[in-house]
Design a protein around this ligand. Structure first.
Ligand code: PGA
Length: 249
């Protein structure tokens, strides 16, 4: 049985004090959650070490990591550094990293492999922009992002990976994919995993939906057979909303 997961991507929001309060609130609500859903939070780098001391049931993720192991890479944070402060997961390939920081599929493949080799579990994001959907290229785009981004990974590596499908047109826009649109793409991704890896990899993979997910729309999205949870942006900044999504299961 694959895991149900709800992960909160805080992006570049909260100062340390607010972030610690939010983490504490998420941790206390997580204890009362109504399902066995795995809850992950991804605060900014500066908060990770302190937040790690405040959480137990909730798991810790970073929002990015370096593609190199160590050395003269000013401003970068390595997977080993993340592991050293208690981080277990790392979001890779978020559309904001792809669009604003030029991260391409090859670089993301390098980051994914390095993260895995250091014991971090990647939350690997993919998603098409509106123009790609409207011109019918959406499946080609996702195929490319996954086949290049996850190239060379073994079946054992894939056991550590979570995939997040985040249509770029739905991120932070208030426009949410319909349950049918989400299911259609999640099914496509699962079938692609059979083709590229193995039936078991596909069956065990948690595929999360991301993009304007809220307590009010989470239940119908999560009701789809191939939607295994969500990667949440805006609604992850309020503990009640975030746990409202967790409890949508
Ligand atoms: P959103 O962001 O929930 O604010 O749309 C999702 C994401 O970018 O992970």
């Amino acid at each position: 049985m694959r895991k149900k997961i709800v992960a909160g991507n805080w992006k570049m929001n909260t100062l340390l004090k607010d972030g610690m309060e939010l983490a504490k609130a998420v941790e206390s609500l997580e204890k009362e959650k109504s399902s066995d859903t795995l809850v992950i939070i991804a605060p900014p780098y500066t908060h990770l070490s302190r937040v790690n001391d405040l959480i137990e049931g909730v798991k810790l993720s970073a929002q990015n990591c370096a593609s190199e192991e160590s050395g003269a890479y000013t401003g970068e944070i390595s997977p080993d550094m993340l592991v050293s402060v208690g981080v277990e997961y790392v979001i890779l390939g978020h559309s904001e990293r792809r669009a604003y920081y030029g991260e391409d599929n090859e670089l993301l493949n390098k980051k994914t492999k390095l993260a895995l080799s250091k014991g971090l579990k990647p939350i690997f994001c993919c998603g098409e922009v509106l123009e790609e959907r409207e011109s019918g290229k959406l499946f080609d785009v996702i195929r490319e992002q996954i086949s290049v981004g996850l190239a060379g990974l073994t079946k054992e590596d894939m056991d550590q990976v979570i995939i997040a499908y985040e249509p770029v047109w739905a991120i932070g826009t208030g426009v949410v994919a319909s349950p049918d649109q989400a299911q259609e793409m999640h099914k496509f991704i699962r079938d692609l995993l059979v083709e590229l890896f193995h039936q078991e990899v596909a069956e065990n993979m948690s595929i999360l939906y991301g993009g304007s997910c809220k307590p009010s729309n989470a239940a119908e999205l999560f009701a789809n057979p191939d939607v295994d949870g969500g990667l949440i942006g805006g609604a992850a900044l309020k503990a009640e909303d975030f746990l409202g999504i967790v409890n949508a299961y």
